[in-house]
Design a protein around this ligand. Structure first.
Ligand SMILES: Cc1cc2nc3c(=O)[nH]c(=O)nc-3n(C[C@H](O)[C@H](O)[C@H](O)COP(=O)(O)OP(=O)(O)OC[C@H]3O[C@@H](n4cnc5c(N)ncnc54)[C@H](O)[C@@H]3O)c2cc1C
Length: 404
C-alpha cells in the first residue's frame, strides 16, 4: 500500500500535523510512526505546560504569529475535548532598575504583538502576590497551563477516528526519496508514502541526514531541570511568576509554574546535556556528545555564552545557586522546599557558524518536509504549525499532480 502521507514523530508537532492533514483532506490515508511505546515521551511530555501568550517574540516572526494563534487554538481544542486548563496569567517581575527598564521594552512588544497586559507597581504587586517581591510587574492575563500529554492523547483520538493509523515502537532507521514516493524503513519493515513529514524533535538533524537533506544544523541537547514545591506551598502564588529575561538569552530564567494538577514547580534552567534522551541527572551518551563535540558551531556558541553556561551548570550542581535565582523574586523559599522532579531536554538547533536557531525552521524536498527546529513555544503553537505544514504539503501535492 502507498499511503498519501507518512508522519514521523508522536510529539505534539507530529500529531497536530497529522490531525490538520486529515482535516484538510478527509479520507486521505495516513500513517504516523513513533519510536517509543507511547506518545509525547520526549519534549512534549517534559515541558512546563504553559500556554504562552507570545510576548518575547519579534513582531512579524513566525514565532509571534504561531504563538498568538496557537494559544487560542489550544484552548479551543481543550474546550472541544474537555481537557482542563487554567488561565491563571503570567506575571513578569522586575527586581531591579535594569529589569524595570527591560520591562518597558516588553510592554512595547506586547503592544506590537497585540497581547493584553496590565502594568503594576511594587505595592500593587505585593497586594496581588504577597509572597513575591518586585519593583514592578507586567501581567499577561491570557497565559495558562495545560497537560500537553492529554492534548496529544485527544489529537491521537481525532487521527484514529479519521481512519488513520498510529504505530508505536517503530524507530525509523532509513528514509529514501524516489520520484514517485518516499520509502521509510524500520527493523526490516518498509512503508511507502507519497509525502513524508518528519517531526522528530531531538532527533531531527539525524533524520534529515538519513533522508539526504542538506543542512548545516546540529542538535545540541539542553537540559531543563525542575524542582517541585511541597504541597504546603501549592498556594504560594496565584499566577505563573517569571523573571524579566535578558533579551539576548530570553529562554534563561527559572520561573514558578502552577501545574495543571494543582502544584507548583520551579524551573527550568538550561544546562548543556550529555544525552539527547537521558532524563536522569548525569545521563551520558557517547554518540550524542561526540556528535556535538566535533561540530565547529558548538564550540563557537559555547565560547559566546560561556559566562551564562557556567552559571547554569553551577546552579544545576548546587541547589543553593538555583535557590538564589528564585529568591530574587520569592524570598520565602527555602532549600528544603526544592524537591527535584523529572527534567526536560530541549532540542536546540545550532548552525555551523555557531548561531543558535531561535525561530521555527522547516526544510523541504519534492516529497518531504522536515521540521528541523521546533523550540518553545512549539507546544502552544503546534496547531497552527500543523495547519501551515498541512497547507504546504496538500497544496504541494495538488500543484505537482496538476503538473503531471
Ligand atoms: C524543559 C522544556 C520546557 C518547555 N516548556 C514549554 C512550555 O511551557 N510551553 C510551550 O509551548 N513549549 C514548551 N517547550 C517546548 C515544547 O515542549 C517543544 O517545542 C515541543 O514539545 C516540540 O514538539 P515536537 O513534536 O517537535 O518534539 P517531541 O515532543 O520531542 O517529539 C518528537 C518525537 O519524535 C519521535 N522520534 C524521534 N526519532 C524518531 C525515529 N527515528 N522514529 C520514530 N520516531 C522518532 C520521538 O520519540 C518523539 O516522540 C518546552 C520544552 C522543554 C524541553
Amino acid at each position: 500500500m502507498v499511503y498519501d502521507y507518512c508522519v514521523i514523530g508522536g510529539g505534539i508537532v507530529g500529531l497536530a500535523t497529522a490531525m490538520k492533514l486529515l482535516e484538510l483532506q478527509p479520507g486521505a490515508s495516513l500513517l504516523l510512526l513513533e519510536k517509543e511505546s507511547g506518545l509525547a515521551r520526549h519534549q512534549t511530555g517534559h515541558n512546563s505546560g504553559v500556554i504562552h501568550a507570545g510576548i518575547y517574540y519579534a513582531p512579524g516572526s513566525l514565532k509571534a504569529d504561531f504563538c498568538r494563534r496557537g494559544a487560542k487554538a489550544t484552548k479551543a481544542f481543550c474546550d472541544k475535548h474537555g481537557i482542563p486548563y487554567l488561565t491563571c496569567g503570567k506575571l513578569l517581575v522586575a527586581t531591579n532598575d535594569l529589569e524595570l527598564d527591560r520591562m518597558g521594552g516588553l510592554v512595547e512588544r506586547a503592544k506590537l504583538n497585540q497581547i493584553e497586559f496590565e502594568l503594576m507597581d511594587g505595592a500593587e504587586l505585593k497586594r496581588r502576590e504577597p509572597n513575591i517581591y518586585g519593583l514592578g510587574g507586567l501581567l499577561l492575563h491570557e497565559t495558562g497551563v495545560v497537560d500537553y500529554k492529554r492534548v496529544c492523547e485527544s489529537m491521537a483520538s481525532e487521527i484514529r477516528d479519521a481512519g488513520a493509523h498510529i504505530e508505536m515502537n517503530v524507530k525509523v532507521t532509513a528514509i529514501r526519496e524516489t520520484e514517485s514516493s518516499v520509502i521509510v524503513t524500520s527493523s526490516g519493515n518498509e512503508w511507502q508514502a507519497k509525502r513524508l513529514i518528519v517531526c522528530a524533535g531531538l532527533q531531527s538533524d539525524r533524520l534529515a541526514k538519513m533522508a539526504g537533506v542538506q543542512s548545516d544544523l546540529q542538535i545540541v541537547p539542553f537540559r531543563g531541570e525542575y524542582f517541585r514545591l511541597p504541597p504546603s506551598k501549592d498556594k504560594i502564588v496565584q499566577h505563573l511568576i517569571y523573571p524579566i529575561p535578558d533579551p539576548a538569552l530570553p529562554f534563561l530564567g527559572v520561573h514558578l509554574t502552577r501545574t495543571s494538577d494543582g502544584g507548583v514547580t520551579v524551573g527550568p534552567n538550561a544546562v548543556l546535556g550529555f544525552a539527547r534522551e537521558g532524563y536522569p541527572k548525569y545521563s551520558f551518551n557517547l554518540r550524542d556528545v561526540m556528535e556535538y563535540a566535533t561540530f565547529p558551531g558548538f564550540w563557537i556558541t559555547i565560547g559566546r555564552n560561556l559566562k551564562s553556561g557556567i552559571k547554569e551548570m553551577r546552579n544545576s550542581m548546587f541547589k543553593s545557586g538555583y535557590l538564589q535565582e528564585c529568591r530574587k523574586y520569592c524570598p520565602s523559599l527555602e532549600l528544603d522546599d526544592l524537591t527535584p522532579c523529572e527534567a526536560g531536554i530541549r532540542a536546540q538547533a545550532v548552525k555551523k557558524d555557531g548561531t543558535l536557531v531561535h525561530d521555527f525552521l522547516f526544510l523541504e524536498t519534492a516529497r518531504m518536509l522536515h521540521v528541523c527546529n521546533a523550540p518553545s513555544p512549539a507546544a502552544t503553537s503546534a496547531i497552527p504549525i500543523g495547519e501551515m505544514i498541512a497547507k504546504k504539503v496538500v497544496g504541494g501535492r495538488r500543484t505537482s499532480e496538476a503538473k503531471v
